[in-house]
Design a protein around this ligand. Structure first.
Ligand code: FAD
Length: 479
């Protein structure tokens, strides 16, 4: 049966685009290198018609499909299980820009286009596509939409969901939904687009998207600011929002532990100020009226915050190079410092901004009580209430000692997020990694609605099975 399917897939795509054996290996392990699955084959269709044909063939053979973009997701959502029954469907060859409409401020692009290439295409048209992630050199726009990715500009422009107007999707039946509408207003029934966004490949396969474009900023100002406590950082966020309005495009929080790890492990990226405060934030002002206007606004707001005692120290970038160096601390050195310090236990959570101080105090205290000496490594997108609350091994200990308590540490942190009105996944999704803990934090009503949606969109349960919802919990219909 699988041999027959492979023959049909080779006939449909060409033998070179049906990878088996060692040719498939690069697609079977997740980004963290913690999960490796097996697959009947990795398929690399060239266009939407081929994706639809693959889905129809797999459906006839009752073969599960795992969609994959850049494979940079952090929840194991693009990795097949180890049964070897599924095919991995790589969207990488669907990477064309189909249209740019500058009057409508939209860009239509295929799902496998790498995010950096989408940003570049927008720039070449004199526009900004503002989604910005550390993985932008390899993640794809299809993957960004399937995970409803966030990143550093959500504060101003929103998540991936807020940046897309239309989608083209191959359904579980192998039909094509031509939903590439460039409309900002369209109240014609259920918002199917919004269901596909964030569904992690479990409801349909995104093959193209019409994205929103924005004006390119004329000037940008970046600074690293120090705060005497987390309350001051939050108070300054309010001040910056009021002072900069929509110009505030980033507010990236980092604890002193985070910057200390960079100082210790990544000396090639020197810190621009002395490490004397508990909290820091990388902030960015984007301005549409030019350099001088940006500088004046920046100095007025930050200067007043200094006088009011909200900000205790500041390194303000005076050139593009200095601005890039500040961003490198956040985008590159931060990850590298954690790697060199030893693997840590990662959390991507959100809580209402007003409850962040209580959440941090309660979680730090609970962790120390149960796992003395562990080091919280907290950073994140403060303006979105999104914290990456990672936990590192005690000094003198090892990552292996820490990982012996991995499940208990996850549970402790997530159990603390929940009563603070938060979410156990702010921007990375559920995938397989958080699938089994989801029912602990979602109501039975919400989970049941999700299962019914899944059964309606994918009655045979062939699209990315075992991701987001456990297969055993699904009510699927065998035809
Ligand atoms: P993949 O990893 O290939 O897939 C992710 C999920 O989407 C899977 O469920 C897959 O089945 C599904 N999928 C992929 N393509 C399609 C498609 N065309 N149709 C249907 N389903 C599809 N994430 C953030 O949100 N914010 C960040 O700031 C951020 N920073 C990161 C920094 C680094 C260094 C790394 C490694 C990752 C980061 N991520 C971040 C996570 C990751 O980059 C994003 O989740 C990204 O959106 C995944 O895109 P991808 O193309 O790699 O998708």
């Amino acid at each position: 049966m699988s041999a027959a399917l492979l023959d049909e897939l080779r006939a449909a795509l060409g033998a070179a685009q049906v990878l088996t054996g060692s040719g498939a290996d690069g697609y079977l392990t997740d980004q963290h290198r913690r999960l490796t699955g097996r697959a009947l084959a990795v398929l690399r269709p060239a266009d939407t018609a081929q994706v639809a044909q693959v889905v129809r063939l797999c459906r006839q053979h009752r073969t599960p499909i795992v969609p994959q973009g850049g494979n940079t997701g952090l929840m194991g959502a693009a990795t097949p299980d180890d049964s070897g029954r599924a095919v991995v469907l790589s969207l990488a060859r669907l990477n064309r820009v189909r249209a740019i409409d500058t009057d409508n401020d939209t860009l239509t692009v295929e799902a496998g286009a790498v995010l950096a290439a989408v940003q570049q295409a927008a720039r070449e048209a004199g526009r900004l596509f503002p989604l910005s992630l550390g993985s932008e050199g390899s993640c794809t726009i299809g993957g960004n939409l399937a995970t409803n990715a966030g990143g550093t500009q959500v504060l101003r422009y929103g998540n991936a969901r807020e940046l897309v107007l239309g989608l083209e999707v191959v359904t579980a039946e192998g039909e094509v939904w031509h939903g590439l509408r460039g409309l900002r207003k369209d109240n014609t029934g259920y918002a199917l687009r919004d269901l596909y966004v964030g569904s992690e490949g479990t409801l349909g396969i995104i093959t193209a998207a019409t994205l929103k474009l924005y004006p390119l900023p004329q000037a940008q100002h970046t600074a690293l600011l120090a705060f005497g406590c987390i309350h001051d950082a939050i108070a300054f966020l309010g001040v910056a929002r009021a002072g900069f309005g929509a110009g505030l495009t980033a507010f990236e929080l980092m604890s002193d532990t985070v910057l200390g790890l960079i100082a210790q492990h990544v000396p090639e990226q020197p810190l621009p100020l002395a490490l004397e405060a508990p909290w820091y934030a990388l902030i960015e002002l984007s301005d549409s009226e030019g350099e001088q206007h940006a500088r004046d606004r920046f100095e007025a707001v930050v200067g007043r915050a200094f006088e009011d005692g909200l900000v205790s120290d500041a390194a303000i970038a005076e050139s593009l190079q200095q601005s890039d160096a500040l961003w490198r601390l956040r985008e590159e050195a931060l990850g590298e410092a954690q790697r060199r310090d030893g693997r840590n236990i990662k959390h991507d959570v959100s809580v209402p901004i007003s409850r962040i101080p209580d959440f941090l105090a309660a979680t730090d205290a609970a962790l120390q009580a149960r796992f003395p000496g562990v080091r919280p490594v907290a950073f994140g997108h403060l303006g979105d209430g999104n914290l990456h609350y990672n936990v590192s091994h005690p000094l003198g200990g090892t990552p292996a000692d820490l990982f012996a308590h991995e499940d208990a540490i996850h549970e402790l942190v997530h159990d603390s997020v929940h009563p603070h009105g938060g979410s156990i996944s702010a921007e990375h999704g559920i995938g397989q990694t958080k699938r089994d803990v989801l029912p602990r934090y979602k109501s039975a009503v919400e989970l049941d609605l999700m299962r019914r949606l899944k059964a309606a969109f994918d009655p045979l349960g062939l699209l990315n099975p075992g991701k987001v919802l456990a297969p055993a919990s699904l009510r699927l219909h065998e035809e």
